[in-house]
Design a protein around this ligand. Structure first.
Ligand SMILES: [Zn+2]
Length: 111
């Protein structure tokens, strides 16, 4: 087993686990039980929930998935988009075209 991610809280750990499993990589969350004890324990990687890949051979692909996940987080702000209806370029913070009112095209289905 290989540790591929240290989360700040159990929710993030499970999000990452789900992301890996969606990519066909079996993963486990460890250290959740220690999370409740953080009031007494110092915050170190040992007391934070971590995500482990069961198959060591999949650790590198898991890291690639996580790198894509983290870079998407970083770039989700500040990317302008082009209105499909009128061709106007729209700032990233707007969800519809200020010129013609068309909705921002969704690159992520289901969200
Ligand atoms: Zn428009």
């Amino acid at each position: 087993m290989t540790q591929v991610f240290v989360a700040q809280h159990p929710t993030e750990a499970h999000l990452v686990q789900g992301l890996l499993e969606a990519n066909g990589i079996a993963a486990e969350v460890h250290g959740e039980s220690l999370f409740g004890a953080r009031g007494e324990a110092p915050v170190t990687p040992d007391t934070l929930p971590s995500v482990w890949v069961l198959d060591d051979d999949q650790a590198s692909s898991a890291r690639a998935v996580l790198a894509a996940y983290e870079s998407r987080e970083d770039t989700s702000h500040g990317v302008a988009w082009v209105c499909p209806a009128c061709g106007e370029q729209i700032e990233s913070q707007f969800t519809e075209c200020w010129k013609c009112g068309a909705d921002r095209p969704s690159g992520k289905a289901g969200e």
